[in-house]
Design a protein around this ligand. Structure first.
Ligand SMILES: C[S@@+](CC[C@H](N)C(=O)[O-])C[C@H]1O[C@@H](n2cnc3c(N)ncnc32)[C@H](O)[C@@H]1O
Length: 342
């Protein structure tokens, strides 16, 4: 690309950043109005007046929302029937869709999670500090324990990701669960991850381990026992540990402490710790590179010292926690599967 073309491209591209919040806000609005669900309940195709009456909106304002979302690939407008239908993108917003990401977006777009972004500079400045604490005066977990409605928004968001994540793991690396009698999910949230694992691998007895305020709000039953506690102090014993999207919330030293407790919780000869986390491979692009780097920024906004790690950084914390060996498997997802042996 020549210099003139690059400059012209920049002139257009910069507006994506100026109005960068717009897509998130409009998609949030579409989720709250349950537009994708309304399209489905009209047999998959609906005119604007029928859609407006189904979601109780003004036709003219909804028409502008639909024009924007259609332009962004969320809906399709059939020019001859003047009816909207869903696309693969809008189907991910269905309220009860198995692959719905709607609760995750509602969590990230919630005022409590958006506010720390305005203090990102606090995190980066030389004297350091937490953007989340600068706004909420507590870290994200203390804040959740004092604000149970926000904690539910958070756990629902995590659960929607967990349903998708487990199906990706089972499909891409199902054998990782073979031969496991009992599995403890450390920082397992409301237990959705384990419920999905046990459903796919019914030979496993699941132990969901998380902070007391999270576990006390979790659904009971379905082959999963809930245990409340602090992973820095103790991890319940099991044949294997599963730990997803927990270590990225913590510093290297804290990860070493958590992983040491995980290692001590499984049998020395046969046990394993299954880590589901992003692995940044510097100098190599994959379809999720942009998402992984964005997730690293999310860690800056929402945690004190959390980060997404490169292979070398994972090597450091895993060896630091005393594991004798580990493998990394990329399953074509945002996260990879690291299996560490005691
Ligand atoms: C980012 S969420 C991941 C949830 C779940 N693993 C998933 O991927 O859906 C991190 C989890 O760690 C839990 N957590 C934070 N501090 C903890 C602690 N000290 N002991 C146990 N769990 C903790 C949080 O309550 C939260 O459920």
């Amino acid at each position: 690309m020549d210099a003139k073309t690059i400059k012209e491209k920049a002139e257009v591209e910069i507006w994506q950043y100026v109005f960068g919040f717009t897509p998130m806000a409009v998609v949030k609005c579409a989720i709250e109005l349950e537009i994708a669900d309304a399209v489905e309940s009209h047999g998959g195709a609906v005119s604007l007046p029928d859609l407006a009456s189904a979601v109780a909106c003004s036709s003219s304002a909804l028409g502008r929302i639909m024009r924007y979302l259609t332009h962004r690939g969320f809906f399709e407008l059939n020019e001859s029937t003047n009816q909207y239908s869903n696309t693969p993108l809008s189907l991910l917003l269905l309220k009860n869709g198995a692959k719905s990401i709607a609760p995750f977006l509602l969590m990230e777009a919630s005022p409590a999670m958006l506010a720390p972004w305005h203090r990102l500079r606090t995190h980066v400045s030389l004297d350091g500090g937490s953007a989340f604490k600068a706004v909420h005066r507590e870290d994200i977990w203390e804040f959740g324990s004092q604000n149970l409605a926000q904690s539910k928004i958070f756990n629902d968001g995590m659960a929607s990701h967990a349903r998708r994540a487990v199906s990706e793991i089972v499909e891409g690396y199902g054998e990782v669960f073979e031969g496991i009698g009992s599995l403890v999910d450390v920082g397992g949230g409301d237990g959705t991850t384990l419920r999905c694992i046990v459903e796919a691998c019914p030979w496993i007895r699941g132990i969901n381990f998380d902070l007391p305020h999270v576990v006390s709000a979790a659904k009971q039953g379905q082959g999963v026992e809930h245990v409340a506690g602090d992973m820095f102090k103790h991890v319940p014993r099991a044949d294997a540990v599963f730990i997803m999207w927990v270590l990225h919330d913590w510093s290297d030293d804290e990860c070493v402490q958590i992983l040491t407790k995980c290692r001590e919780a499984v049998p020395k000869e046969t046990g394993k710790v299954i880590i589901a986390e992003a692995v940044i491979v510097e100098g190599e692009e994959d379809k999720y590179s942009d998402v992984k780097l964005a997730l690293d920024m999310v860690m800056m906004a929402h945690t004190e010292k959390g980060k997404e790690r490169t292979v070398e950084e994972w090597d450091c914390v895993i060896k630091g926690a005393g594991f004798s060996s580990y493998t990394v498997k990329h399953i074509g997802s945002i996260f990879s599967i690291i299996v560490a042996c005691p």
